[in-house]
Design a protein around this ligand. Structure first.
Ligand SMILES: Cc1ncc(C[n+]2csc(CCOP(=O)(O)OP(=O)(O)O)c2C)c(N)n1
Ligand SMILES: CC(=O)[C@@H](O)[C@H](O)COP(=O)(O)O
Ligand SMILES: [Mg+2]
Length: 640
């Protein structure tokens, strides 16, 4: 348990009103105590550290200057909101972060009035803030909307869609660009260079110089042109033109760790007659904690760690991660085929493509947080004869659904989708669960959709996808480690649409898809012990279904149960459709589908989440017994 830091000033702050009672000369001390509290808390909870450390001063300054929660503060992604949570009435729970029943790791409406909008998927803050701003304008109610968006999140198109519409908000909208020159990995693309020019264009903006300029920002139309000219001239010097052209009054760059300068600038911005404003704040990810500052990833995501040394807790060596198995398998494919290229949307380490890039730097593309672009970019590559593997977490692929339909499926282009984090993901909670990819992909003509039951299967599926040129394909696999089974020397090309019998029985058939296979096998053992002969099948393909195998199973067993770590609308729905289309249930077959519940499950340990979802062996056994109307001893219940 890490010693709690001495925080005499922070101890007097429960809510932002308490901050606003302080003398501004006390704010640097408050910020430093807040930083120590964040380090101490995350050292015992794990979670996102670097981003929050970088916005400690900004958090204090925003709550000091703006009238939160009446002014709506929206954090983009929300992973940097731990300092915000501490000063908005949640310090007493900050050490429950990302644990079952504890605080969310992101901002969440149901958690606090100070979280007016939930986040976790990036680049939504400006759109949401604009909604609040326009609502305030329409209802003639006071109150500003402040969006804090990072340089990484600013690489997503959605941010520009919002900025393009923001002029209508006038001075009710303030966008604070938190530029720490980091995404999860170093940021990519031309925006980075543009921001770098801004930052390197000279010293930070002096608050008083801003005050003079804003004082001259006269609203009369007569002077708007003059102001625009002055802005444009200034933009040419400071490079703020990009934002000026999008209708913002660019203010910056501002030192994001000088809390008093931040307060002065934000007071000017708050009181400016015009807007919307974009305040360009320059910060350091991991600020104030040596191990984070010196780490390549700035301790973006950490497990529990020792505060003094910064050394993170090491998990006991276990089976290889699915991510690592995918990367290694793809490297093997790329060594055989120079048409294989890989695309990530700002998640090189999370998808394992950082390992692929070490081998094939020219065939790896990090497009930034731009999943929509990633998919259509991949479609272009495929149309020109390449074999692109688009490695995007299941949840983040949701953002590019129309590109998947319109640019890939309809054109039947052989884009390969590696969907990591399929199923429940644990501490990141509902926003990051990969629940819906089967529902949203299996409904698309031309698609081949696979689910790896274990790490060996994943190798075979990557190989099968590498060779599948006749249309789009996708493989899903979960966050975390495999089963620790022997890995294949040589990958096998799987027959598309063919599943496999893992265990043969004759009374109960469990049709499993994905890694619930392990639980299906345990359930089969328990059912056999009750005298119920059980077949276990790994269907491998959610699309196309192995209709021959399913038909055989459904016509030769008394009970059939489908099991998948996915929402309704996936495997079970398609098996039921086949069964009803072919009248396979007419002869009295008892068929049950087991899938994720129709709820957004909160964060917890994955094993707890699957227990809550009712997708473990005991639940499978119970489902079968209920279908057979026998009790746990396997004895026929007397029919009512
Ligand atoms: C749509 C989407 N894609 C990917 C991610 C994963 N992700 C979380 S934070 C992050 C980097 C954000 O960078 P930035 O906005 O600069 O924030 P910083 O961590 O630097 O404070 C990414 C890629 C996400 N949350 N949402
Ligand atoms: C904030 C964010 O979206 C990412 O940092 C995400 O939490 C990464 O998830 P993994 O830890 O599963 O890679
Ligand atoms: Mg950043």
């Amino acid at each position: 348990m890490s010693d709690r830091p001495e925080t005499p000033l922070l101890d007097t702050v429960q809510y932002p009103d308490d901050i606003r009672k302080l003398d501004r000369n006390q704010l640097p001390q408050l910020a430093e105590e807040l930083r120590q509290e964040v380090i101490s808390a995350v050292s015992v909870t794990g979670g996102h550290l670097g981003a929050g450390l970088g916005v400690v001063e900004l958090t204090v300054a925003i709550h000091y200057v703006f009238d939160t929660p009446n002014d709506k503060l929206i954090w983009d992604v929300g992973h940097q909101a731990y300092p915000h949570k501490i000063v908005t009435g949640r310090r007493d729970r900050i050490r429950t972060l990302r644990q079952g029943g504890g605080l969310s790791g992101f901002t969440k409406r149901s958690e606090s009035d100070y979280d007016p909008f939930g986040a976790a998927h990036s680049s939504t803050s400006i759109s949401a803030a604009l909604g609040f701003a326009i609502a305030n304008k329409l209802s003639d109610s006071p109150g500003k909307a402040i969006a804090v968006i990072g340089d990484g999140a600013m690489s997503a198109g959605m941010a520009y869609e919002a900025m393009n519409n923001a002029a209508a908000a006038g001075n009710r909208l303030v966008v604070i660009l938190n530029d720490n020159d980091m995404s999860i990995a170093p940021p990519v693309g031309s925006l980075r260079n543009s921001l770098a020019r801004l930052v390197s264009s000279g010293k930070y903006l002096a608050p008083r110089r801003l005050a003079q300029k804003l004082a001259r920002a006269m609203p009369e139309p007569l002077h708007v042109a003059a102001r625009r000219m002055e802005e444009y001239a200034r933009g040419l010097v400071t490079g703020g033109t990009l934002f000026d052209e999008l209708g913002f009054y660019y203010v910056g760059p501002v030192d994001g760790h000088d809390v008093r300068a931040l307060v002065e600038v934000l007071e000017n911005v708050r009181d400016a007659p015009e807007g919307p404003m974009l305040v360009h704040v320059v910060t350091k990810k991991g600020k104030g904690y040596g191990p984070a500052e010196s780490a390549a990833d700035k301790y973006h995501g950490v497990v529990k760690f020792d505060v003094v040394s910064g050394v993170q807790a090491k998990a006991a060596p276990g089976a290889p991660s699915y991510t690592g198995v995918f990367a290694k398998a793809l490297i093997g494919e790329a060594e055989r085929d120079d048409k294989i290229v890989a695309i990530t949307a700002a998640m090189p380490s999370g998808t394992g493509l950082d390992k692929f890039e070490e081998k094939f730097p020219d065939r790896t593309f990090d497009v930034g947080i731009a999943e929509q672009h990633a998919v259509t970019f991949a479609a272009g590559l495929a149309a020109q004869g390449y074999r692109p593997f688009c490695a995007i977490y299941s949840t983040f692929l949701q953002r590019a659904y129309d590109q998947v339909v319109h640019d890939v499926a309809i054109q039947n282009l052989p884009v390969r989708f590696a969907m990591d984090r399929a199923g429940l993901v644990g501490a990141d909670g509902a926003t990051h669960a990969g629940s819906f990819d089967l529902a949203y992909l299996c409904t698309l003509p031309n698609f081949v959709v696979m689910a790896a039951a274990d790490e060996a299967e994943l190798v075979h599926m990557v190989h099968t996808m590498a060779l599948h040129d006749s249309g789009p394909s996708a493989v899903r696999y979960p966050r975390g480690e495999g089963r620790g089974i022997p890995m294949p020397e040589i990958p096998e090309r799987l027959a598309i649409g063919k599943g496999r019998i893992v265990k043969q029985g004759n009374k109960v058939a469990i049709l499993s898809l994905g890694t619930r296979l392990a639980e299906a096998e345990k359930a089969a053992e328990q059912l056999e012990a009750k005298g119920l002969s059980t077949t276990v099948a790994d269907l491998r393909f959610a699309k196309p279904l192995d209709e021959e195998l399913i038909r055989k199973l459904l016509t030769t067993h008394e009970v059939a149960v489908t099991v998948e770590e996915a929402s309704i609308g996936g495997l079970g729905a398609h098996v039921l459709t086949l069964a009803s289309d072919e009248g396979l249930v007419d002869a009295g077959l008892k068929i049950r589908t087991m899938r994720l519940p129709d709820t957004f499950q909160d964060h917890d340990k994955p094993e707890k989440q699957y227990d809550e979802a009712g997708l473990n062996a005991p639940h499978i056994v119970e489902t079968v017994l209920k279908a057979l109307r026998v009790n746990s001893a396997g004895v026929e219940e007397v029919r009512a």
